[in-house]
Ligand binder design. Structure first.
Ligand SMILES: [Zn+2]
Length: 268
C-alpha cells in the first residue's frame, strides 16, 4: 500500500482511507512558459511537489495530477492546452465528490498555476457547503513568503526556472532564458496580464499574454513586496530549485499536520 491512490488497488485504498482522510490533489496547467521552459511546467511542478509530500506524510493520499488548467489567455502560443474556468470547476468538483464518497474529509490542492485559483475557490465553496474544509497551496506564493528572494517576478521567472532545473533539467533550455519586457501601449505600461499603469495609477485591462509579451514569458509587477524585478531566469540554478522545493514541501507537511484537525465551528 502506498500514499498514491493510483498505485493502490481499490482494496488497499479502502483500507488506507480509514486513517488517511486528506485528499491531496495536484492541479496544473499545460501552457506556454516562454522560450526556456516546457509547456508542461505547471503540472510537472505540481505533480513533483505532491509526490514529495505523498512520500513523507502519514495523513493523506495523493490523487493523479490534473494537467489542464484555466489558461486560455496563453492560447496564442502553440502547445498551450487550456480549458475554461467553468470546465475546470466542474471537473475538479466531480473528482472531489467521488473522493468524498470514499470517506475523505479534507482536501488540499497543490496548485501550480495562478489562473486556477478562482476555479479552486469555487470548488472549495462547494465543499464548504458540505462542511468539508479545502485548502489551496499555491507553491510560488508560499515560496515567496518563506523567502522574499524567491517571490514571484513573473511567468517563467528565476524561481520557476530553477525549480524545473531541479526536477527536469533536460527539459530546460537555459540558454534561451532572458529578462522579458512587458509592452507599453502608448503611455500605458502593461504591468501584468490584468493591469496597466497610467499616470501612476493602475487600471485593470483585459489582455491576452501575447498583448503583453512577444516571447510568452512576462514580468508580473506588484505580487510580492520588495522583489527585485531585474533578476533574470539566466541566473536560475538547480540548487536554488532544490532549496525552494524542500522548503515548500516542509511547509506543506507542517500545514497538513495542522489542517487535518481543522473543523468548522459553524455547521451548515
Ligand atoms: Zn508556470
Amino acid at each position: 500500500m502506498t500514499n498514491f491512490i493510483f498505485e493502490n488497488t481499490w482494496e488497499e485504498n479502502e483500507e488506507a482511507v480509514k486513517t488517511k482522510k486528506l485528499a491531496i490533489i495536484p492541479v496544473g496547467s499545460t501552457e506556454q512558459h516562454g522560450p526556456a521552459l516546457p509547456v508542461g511546467t505547471d503540472w510537472m511542478v505540481a505533480r513533483y511537489l505532491a509526490e514529495q509530500i505523498g512520500k513523507e506524510t502519514d495523513k493523506g493520499l495523493v490523487a493523479p495530477v490534473i494537467p489542464y488548467g484555466h489558461a486560455l489567455y496563453h492560447a496564442d502560443f502553440t502547445g498551450t492546452m487550456a480549458v475554461s474556468q467553468t470546465t475546470l470547476t466542474a471537473y475538479v468538483k466531480e473528482v472531489c465528490q467521488q473522493l468524498v464518497s470514499y470517506g475523505f474529509t479534507h482536501f488540499l490542492f497543490v496548485n501550480g498555476h495562478g489562473g486556477n485559483n478562482n476555479a479552486l475557490y469555487d470548488v472549495g465553496q462547494y465543499l464548504r457547503l458540505q462542511n468539508i474544509p479545502a485548502a489551496n497551496m499555491q507553491w510560488f506564493e508560499v515560496a515567496g513568503c518563506l523567502n522574499p528572494e524567491w517571490g514571484l517576478i513573473g511567468h517563467g521567472d528565476i524561481t520557476e526556472t530553477s525549480v524545473m532545473m531541479h526536477i527536469a533539467p533536460d527539459m530546460v533550455k537555459v540558454e534561451r532564458a532572458h529578462i522579458p519586457q512587458n509592452r507599453k501601449i502608448g503611455n500605458i505600461q502593461l504591468l501584468d496580464l490584468h493591469r496597466g499603469e497610467f499616470e501612476g495609477a493602475d487600471i485593470y485591462l483585459n489582455l491576452r499574454t501575447r498583448d503583453v509579451s512577444k516571447t510568452g514569458d512576462l514580468i508580473e509587477h506588484g505580487h510580492s513586496a520588495g522583489v527585485d524585478y531585474s533578476r533574470s531566469a539566466e541566473d536560475a540554478s538547480a540548487e536554488l530549485g532544490k532549496a525552494v522545493c524542500e522548503a515548500v514541501v516542509g511547509y506543506t507537511l507542517r500545514f497538513i499536520d495542522e489542517f487535518v484537525n481543522f473543523e468548522f465551528e459553524y455547521i451548515i
